[in-house]
Write a protein that binds this ligand. Structure first.
Ligand code: GMT
Length: 375
């Protein structure tokens, strides 16, 4: 099949999932065309099955806001025609599903039918999409997609609760490629980050308010009073400065390292003992899954779809959002001795394997084939 994938090219989870899906589809012989405003960060190499088309929005003095949707839908029309695309797969409803629908309609005028699959990722439904500013357009785009998928059961229920949905929603969970783990490097080099007697705790996110990075610092503060440890803060975003101030206020400067955005997530997780994800909302928690597959147990909130990934008492622990005391106690329970930590590590990797890419990509392929056959 020839598949056009529309996504955000950034470090966010939806872009990562879309990119990894496209790469996996290309390995299975499909021709994949990424359409976005920048080459996706996880898309290192292009090959004969992977193409990237950049959406440009030329500046014009009249525009207060750049009409990205318009440029994207026009680009999609051109690419579908030029490459005889069979399927349009848009990740993150805003504005991709809307732009995709416009492209579909323009192509229809020319007698070209291209089905659109929309994958809902989280904030396109919860924090952003359900706002009255966007709700009518998001509802319309979901109801007019040929196939709609959500990355967790929790997100499906949120979508049905927040919007007036007439379409079916298929749950297709996010995934991970277990075959590449630990293959790129052999030495975890944990001594670069901590002393031998210390545990390494990691948080990875885009440092937005929803991630509650201050809770990460507070939880770490309590942990390190009981268990010698270091905290690695990976990623960047609007809450980073506040987190750095809190670290200073709590006198933790020697124990907390801010590493910024990284393309070496697996390397960092390789020497991590525990992952913290206290998010206010999280449709799935791809970062938790990435940690688990690298044998890192997870201390998280029980928000959204996290309980579908992090199994309480098995791969880590779940607490109510903001319950720093409970999160700290649970973390200490896991970190207190090597046997317990190793048990949680093994459990985390075993549970993560259920989300192996090999199990999930065929589900998307079947959805594509189903919608093509039904035309
Ligand atoms: O919140 C983020 O980290 C980014 C955001 C995105 O759209 O890129 O992530 C959402 O999609 C991810 C991939 O499906 C999910 O794993 C995240 O849980 C989800 N974020 C939220 O729901 C807050």
């Amino acid at each position: 099949m020839k598949i056009a994938i529309v996504c955000y090219p950034t470090f966010g989870g939806s872009g990562v999932v879309a990119t990894e899906l496209g790469i996996a589809l290309s390995h299975r012989g499909h021709e994949v065309h990424f359409v976005t405003y920048k080459q996706p960060v996880r898309l290192a190499l292009l090959n004969e099955n992977i193409h990237f088309h950049e959406v440009n929005v030329p500046d014009y003095a009249l525009f207060h806001y750049q009409p990205y949707e318009l440029a994207l839908s026009s680009k999609l029309v051109n690419i579908v025609k030029k490459h005889q695309i069979d399927i349009l797969h848009v990740h993150y409803a805003i504005p991709h599903a809307y732009a995709g629908y416009m492209a579909k309609m323009m192509l229809k005028e020319e007698g070209i039918e291209v089905p659109m699959v929309t994958t809902l990722h989280g904030t396109d439904i919860t924090l952003v999409g359900s706002h009255p500013f966007y709700r009518p357009a998001v509802t319309f785009s979901i109801n007019n997609s040929d196939v709609v998928t959500s990355v967790s059961e929790s997100l499906k229920q949120d979508t049905l609760r927040l919007f007036d949905i007439r379409n079916e929603i298929e749950v297709v969970p996010n995934f991970i490629d277990t075959s590449v783990i630990h293959k790129q490097f052999t030495d975890c080099q944990r001594d670069l980050m901590a002393n031998t007697n210390e545990r390494i705790i990691t948080h990875i996110s885009n440092f937005r308010k929803v991630k509650r990075v201050q809770d990460v610092i507070e939880v770490f503060h309590r942990i390190q009073l009981e268990v010698p440890s270091k905290l690695l803060m990976v990623g960047d975003g609007p809450e980073r400065e506040g987190a750095e101030i809190l670290v200073k206020d709590l006198g933790l400067q020697d124990d907390v390292k801010f590493l910024g955005n990284s393309n070496e997530i697996d390397k960092i997780l390789c020497f991590s003992d525990l992952f913290l994800l206290p998010s206010e909302a999280e449709s799935f928690g791809l970062a938790a899954l990435e940690a688990m597959v690298n044998k890192v147990p997870v201390i998280s909130s029980n928000a959204g779809g996290i309980p579908e990934v992090n199994i309480d008492g098995v791969t880590g622990y779940l607490s109510n959002v903001g319950n720093i005391a409970d999160m700290s106690l649970n973390a200490i329970k896991i970190l207190k001795d090597d046997d317990t930590l190793n048990r949680f590590k093994e459990n985390a990797q075993r549970e993560a394997a259920k989300f192996d890419i090999k199990n999930i990509v065929p589900i998307y392929e079947a959805l594509y084939e189903g919608v093509l056959v039904s035309r």
